[in-house]
Design a protein around this ligand. Structure first.
Ligand SMILES: [Zn+2]
Length: 334
């Protein structure tokens, strides 16, 4: 173990950071998760290792949240922002982006057993379908093709796919290109990529995304179900009319399927920075959302804009997880 890790471990276990945070302004932390899998290795070429937690790691995280912090629902946090509710010390909101099936099948039972309310943001057009998100299809095509060379017909350039690093670099080019396209053009671009790489469209034996019954069961037990757009573009990089359609239509479909109002949104961040701006905040308000989560890092303080809330990422290693949380409550990025 390196010296930095040893120092972090000593600090988080001594709880000196918790003590120091008593003198920092009152704040809350919103944790960001995507996928929880019993066998993460099966999804490395689709969902991607970087956003998967094993069931054991996620369970440990939630036990830590319940024991050392105070899990609160997003709705309580919103009241705190307005000064309408006092929160317990070190309040933590748990959130999931994308709408993967494991959220309801693996993560929710853990949350329900421990008693942690969470918010789930669905990529609405994919719910109840066999279709994988477009960014997963891109990763799958470039990671699994047997071709050693990809001729990018858009740029006219050639990519050697001889190492995992080169495949990731090529994927990044496609993610950046597709994140700002309207839906139909993005579909065509991903179809073209799969054709050029001679890879069949990615399908999973078990659906990757949750069903509408899954979504309804999350809602029924009291978790928040919100929108993560229809098709997962970067709404700060597509045209305003497309962005508004993604915000409004996803909300409308969710409200019909859940038979309940949908007031909460999470900005997709498939590629490109930033993934929100002043204009997307205005569009969220126009579409009727009460809150919107970004992928910016940091704690949430009283008075923060509810339509641009920062979150904290969730490293698998326990020391790092506690370090990120402790630093956030001190007002630092870690
Ligand atoms: Zn997402």
């Amino acid at each position: 173990m390196d010296a930095k890790t040893l120092v972090k471990r000593a600090l988080v276990s001594s709880r000196v950071l918790d003590f120091a945070a008593r003198f920092a302004p009152a704040s809350a932390v919103i944790l960001m998760y995507h996928s929880v899998q019993d066998q993460p290795e099966l999804y490395v070429n689709s969902i991607g290792a970087g956003i998967i937690h094993s069931t054991a790691v996620f369970t440990r995280h939630m036990e830590i949240v319940a024991r050392r912090f105070n899990p609160v629902p997003l709705t309580d946090l919103l009241l705190f922002l307005d000064g309408a509710r006092h929160l317990p010390r070190r309040p933590v909101v748990v959130t999931f982006d994308d709408g993967f099936a494991d959220n309801s099948q693996i993560a929710a039972p853990v949350l329900n057993r421990i008693g942690i309310p969470a918010s789930f943001y669905l990529t609405v057009a994919l719910i109840g379908t066999q279709t994988a998100p477009w960014y997963c299809r891109v990763r799958h095509a470039l990671n699994t093709t047997t071709k050693g060379l990809w001729h990018d017909s858009v740029e006219g350039s050639d990519w050697k796919l001889s190492t995992p690093h080169r495949r990731t670099q090529a994927s990044q080019v496609v993610w950046d290109r597709c994140a700002k396209l309207p839906h139909a053009e993005r579909e065509e671009a991903v179809n073209t990529l799969e054709r050029e790489l001679e890879v069949p469209t990615f399908t999973c034996q078990r659906p990757l995304m949750m069903s509408w019954d899954d979504a309804r069961s999350l809602h029924r037990v009291g978790h928040i179900v919100g929108s993560h757009t229809l098709n997962h573009p970067n709404v700060a990089h597509i045209g305003e009319a497309d962005a508004l359609m993604e915000l409004v239509e996803s909300k409308r479909v969710l409200e019909i399927e859940l038979a309940a109002p949908v007031e909460h949104f999470s900005y997709p961040h498939p590629a490109l920075n930033p993934n929100w701006n002043g204009s997307t905040v205005t569009l969220c308000r126009q579409a009727g959302y009460r809150s919107a989560l970004t992928t910016d890092t940091g704690p949430v303080r009283k008075g923060a804009n509810p339509l641009a809330l920062a979150r904290v990422s969730t490293p698998c290693r326990e020391t790092d997880f506690l370090w990120y949380l402790d630093c956030a409550f001190l007002g630092r990025k870690g």
